[in-house]
Design a protein around this ligand. Structure first.
Ligand code: SF4
Ligand code: SF4
Length: 364
């Protein structure tokens, strides 16, 4: 398992986390078994926005004696009063729900507290003014919440929240369908979405990815907006290659699902290669490097994807990216202009031209 460090924190988080949205239907016993299996296989991050109440007591039992090995992502706005998920922005309901979640999980602290599912500016305004955000800030001051995050599908709403400087993490829906303007949550243009990922990386806000398979639509040719199925591994790799991304949180229902997802860790590169997207790329995304490294190997030893990522981040104001670039062993100025990457790139990036541009930008 690969781990990525939370930029504003010391937590090393497994690149595969676990979503609990549809797990409850399998019953508490299976939820507990799933949790134990996930821990045995190096997963340490668990999103608790579930459709049902079942995972909470089940996870509470599964982590007894090893709470310090686990990170829980708790949503302020998910309510389980009826045994099923409900959404709320009311402070009294949120307080009651969070108390219940903590009791069920047998814990007295929250690793990652999320303002839950805010897609409209009006709802953001509400949680900022009705005491929910103040309540979370208070809990953070008291050490009950370690980090504050937010989940949303709407870039413009996230931008407003980023402006406050309060976020350590963002839970956001990233997949090729939404990024290429297909689907219910395909909010924002290709550029706007990429700019959001870059801003998060530049401001050291870790992105935790939800809906990596577009609620399963991308896995089936009949429901895929591209009329062609992608695999889970392609979608996971696609999300992990985006700037700012720390972990991907696929939802699993059973241990069988988990076993299949865990196969990603040792899967060969060709099973994760998503260059097939080239055929679906809309015109506005043509010629834009997505850092996939499908064009490797470069005969001059350049990490083409990483160089491009640092360049885009540096242009977006990320000062750390400038340092990262300067520390690279091979830089854009080492490009010998052989054109191998141009001919291999499925997204028709003029990479030889871009390497000249990058070398000029950094002066090296
Ligand atoms: S140049 Fe093309 S193949 Fe190479 S990393 Fe960029 S998008 Fe991928
Ligand atoms: S053109 Fe430059 S970056 Fe691309 S493969 Fe050749 S040497 Fe590497």
């Amino acid at each position: 398992m690969e781990y990525r460090r939370l930029p504003k924190g010391n937590e090393n988080i497994s690149v595969l986390g676990l979503g609990t949205s549809s797990m409850g239907a399998s019953g508490e016993k299976e939820c507990q078994e799933i949790m134990s299996m996930a821990l045995e296989n190096g997963i340490n991050y668990f999103d608790m926005a579930s459709a049902d109440a079942e995972p909470f007591p089940a996870f509470g039992r599964a982590v007894e004696g090893m709470r310090d090995r686990v990170y829980f992502q708790i949503h302020f706005g998910a309510d389980y009063k009826t045994g099923k998920y409900g959404w709320t922005t009311r402070l009294d309901q949120i307080k009651r729900s969070v108390d219940w979640q903590l009791r069920s999980l047998k814990t007295d602290y929250i690793d990652f507290g999320f303002i839950h599912c805010i897609d409209e500016e009006g709802d953001l305004q509400k949680v900022m003014e009705n005491g929910v955000l103040d309540y979370m800030k208070e809990l953070k001051k008291d050490g009950v919440i370690r980090h504050i995050g937010m989940s949303s599908h709407t870039p413009s709403v996230v931008y407003k929240m980023l402006d406050t400087g309060l976020l350590d993490m963002l839970m956001f829906s990233i997949n090729p369908a939404y990024d290429y303007r297909h689907g219910e949550y395909a909010i924002g243009s290709v550029d706007e979405r990429m700019a959001l990922y870059r801003r998060c990386e530049a401001e050291q806000v870790g992105i935790f990815v939800m809906k990596a398979f577009s609620a399963g639509q991308l896995l089936n040719a009949k429901t895929s907006p591209f009329r062609r199925a992608l695999t889970e591994y392609q979608c996971i790799q696609y999300a992990l290659d985006k700037p700012g991304v720390v972990t991907v949180l696929p939802g699993v229902r059973t241990r069988e699902d988990l076993k299949r997802i865990l196969g990603f860790v040792d899967a060969p590169a060709e099973e994760k290669d998503y260059s097939v997207l080239e055929t679906f790329t809309p015109q506005e995304a043509e010629g834009i490097c997505v850092y996939c490294n499908h064009c490797q190997p470069c005969p001059a030893g350049l990490d083409v994807g990483l160089i491009n990522k640092y360049y885009d981040l540096a242009k977006a104001g990320d000062k750390l990216a400038v340092d990262h670039y300067r520390n690279l062993e091979k830089k854009a100025s080492d490009c010998i202009g052989c054109g191998h990457c141009d001919s291999r790139c499925p997204f028709h990036v003029d990479q030889t031209g871009r390497m000249k541009e990058i070398a000029e930008y950094f002066g090296i």
